[in-house]
Every structure is written in C-alpha cells, then in structure tokens.
Design a protein around this ligand. Structure first.
Ligand code: TXA
Ligand code: MG
Length: 334
C-alpha cells in the first residue's frame, strides 16, 4: 500500500514531479477522471493496468496538451483529423489514428497499429501535461468493470493505496466518457458514443459518419477492445425502465433503489435513501448516471436498481450505451 495524496489546483507541480518519476496520478477531465502515467515509460503504463485490474489487451488513450504534442506520436495527421481537432479540441472527442512506429510502448496500444488521442478541456490537466512535456495515458480512473469516476472521491474509493496521487478538480462537467471516432479506416466510424454526436461530427467533416453498434465477440480483434468487457456495473442487478409510466408497475420495497429524473421520483413512494435524483433533463442524467450506480453499489440493503431510460435519438446514445452495459441489456417490459 502506498499513500495516495490529494492535490489541489495550487499543487500541480508536485503531481508533475510524481508523474516524471514514473508514478501514477489521477487527473480531472470534462468527461470523467483519468488515471495518468507518463505514456512513454513502459513500466509506468503497466502499473496502470495493475492498479485498475484491467485486461492487458485493452489499449489506453494517449492524453495530450495540444495537437503539436500529438504529432510526435501519430504516423500522419489526415485532413479529416485536422478539421475535427480545429472544431472540437480541447474537448470530449478521442481520435484514432495510425501510430508512428517505435514512439510508444506496446503496453499503450495493445500492439495495435492505431492509437487513440485525446485532448481534454480542463485547464489543470492541460497545464499538467504541458509542464511534464510528455503525454500521459488516460483510461478512466476506476477499478475495471466499475462505473467511471466523476469526482475525486470516486477515484479515492477505488484506487486509494494503489496510486501516488489524485488531482482534485471537482465534479466533472459531462459525466460520460468521450466520443471515440476511428479515422484509420475508409469511412469514419464512431466506436463509442459521447457528448459529441455522430451528426455533429458528420457536419464538421462534410461526409458520412458510421456508428458502431455491433457486439464484439471475445475472439475477434475488436475495434474498441474495451467495449467487449462487462462495464459500469454495480454488484446488484440493474434494470432499465424505458417508459416512466412503468415505474408505477413496480412493487417497490426497502430492497429496491430507483434512479430517475426529479419529476419521476416525485410519484414514487420510497424512502429518500432508496432514491437517487438524476436531475431535470437528459444532460443532468448524463452528469449523474455513474454517481447513481456508485451510490447504490455502496448501499448494502439495496438488491435491485431501477434506472430511467431515455429515447431521445442521437442525444441519448451515450447515456443508453452506458446504461445498457450496466444493466447487461436487462429492460423492464422487454
Ligand atoms: O473521456 C474519456 O475518454 C476518458 C477520460 C479519462 O479521458 N477516458 C476513457 O478511457 O474513457 P478508457 O480507457 O476507459 O476507454 C477508452 C476506450 C477503451 O474502450 C479502449 O478499448 C479504446 O478506448 N481504445 C483505446 N485505444 C484504442 C485503439 N488503438 N483502438 C481501438 N480502441 C481503442
Ligand atoms: Mg473506462
């Protein structure tokens, strides 16, 4: 066990020093907290897999401070990538490009020919990487299979004693991980939905953008390897309730937990501690989903968790993608 230090924003230099020494430090982004290690140091990168308990064939995102830093590790930067970067960076968009050979350890790319680049919209993390002078890997800073962390406390809960530090930047803005777009293929394809929608990407690119919906089997070399694993899952079963009217058909008792919008919770007769308020709309729900799953995961008396689903087209793709994974596809009435 090592001591896990919490750094406030005026202690960035201490965090830089730890990373430079090869230690692991968690950092804030606008989506979720990431687990950082200097991306060029193989041993440090391996430490990230160990701390998270992450399967070693699941490659890591490379987090950069700007496009110029990315150019050191990308084989080439196609025109499409330049357009997206100009429009969306810094921001919640991860871009897959071919990796420049021999610039990053295999532990980062999982031995693939591509690498995922991300430039978060967070001034603390921007300054951290710029001061370090090297990119940091940035998987979500949770124990593998658990919901991604949206506060420094979530990170501490999962990784205390296993990592050297956490930079506390407060709760994250978006609450769900970045959109991932693959530009190493002929037609750009979204591998993981996020706040930036396929429609917005298509508009900026001026061309069609595909969406990967296919399930990946374990024996395939998957396009986004992480997507094949069980994910975001509390230890209790999660059930998606697609129509808010259906909450009235559930036999609630002290062993049920409900996460829903405030307006929906108002009609549910349960003690406050069995309810988690997702807020007033879908944007709030994106922000609060992982927190709600963690809340019930830590409550011993709750045995089943019902979570409100949303059917709002592209806007709800990211939310439903995470919720469906947490629920293992289990919906009420489906
Ligand atoms: O918002 C985010 O992207 C957060 C913050 C911390 O930046 N990071 C994050 O990382 O969600 P992670 O590792 O939890 O998810 C990254 C996903 C994984 O499913 C991984 O398999 C995929 O990206 N990925 C990484 N490199 C890849 C590559 N070269 N080819 C295909 N998929 C890749
Ligand atoms: Mg993750």
């Amino acid at each position: 066990m090592i001591e896990t230090k919490i750094f406030k924003k005026d202690q960035l230099d201490d965090a830089v020093e730890l990373l430079a020494k090869g230690e692991l430090v968690a950092f804030p982004t606008e989506t979720v907290y990431g687990l950082g290690a200097i991306a060029t140091k193989e041993d440090s990168v391996r430490g990230v897999y160990a701390a998270k308990g992450r399967p070693s064939d699941n490659p890591l995102i490379v987090t950069v401070s700007d496009e110029k830093m990315m150019e050191r590790y990308a084989k080439e930067v196609p025109e499409r990538a330049k357009k997206l970067i100009k429009h969306f960076w810094p921001g919640p968009l991860t871009i897959l490009l071919f990796v420049k050979p021999n610039t990053l350890p295999d532990a980062v790319t999982g031995g693939l020919k591509t690498v995922a680049f991300r430039c978060p919209d967070d001034s603390l993390t921007h300054d951290l990487i710029a001061k370090l002078g090297y990119p940091i890997v940035g998987p979500s800073a949770n124990t593998s299979t658990k919901p991604s962390p949206t506060t420094a406390e979530h990170v501490y809960h999962d990784l205390k004693g296993k990592i050297a530090g956490i930079i506390d930047g407060g709760p994250t803005r978006v609450g769900l991980e970045s959109t991932i777009i693959d530009l190493s293929v002929e037609t750009p394809i979204v591998l993981r939905p996020g706040e930036i929608t396929p429609e917005e990407l298509s508009e900026v690119l001026g061309e069609k953008v595909l969406i990967n919906t296919g399930k990946v089997s374990d024996k395939d070399v998957p396009k986004a390897p992480g997507m094949k694993y069980r994910h975001y899952a509390p230890s209790e079963p999660v059930i998606v309730v697609d129509d808010p009217a259906d909450f009235s058909k559930i036999n609630f008792n002290e062993k049920t937990g409900v996460a829903a919008l405030e307006s929906v919770l108002a009609n549910i007769d349960l003690p406050d501690e069995n309810k988690f308020n997702l807020g007033n709309d879908l944007v709030d729900a994106d922000h609060n989903l992982f927190g709600s799953l963690r809340y019930f995961d830590d409550k011993d008396n709750v045995e089943t968790i019902y979570v409100q689903g949303f059917d709002e087209g592209e806007e709800s793709l990211a939310y439903m993608n995470r919720l469906n994974k947490a629920a293992g596809g289990h919906h009420l009435n489906k």
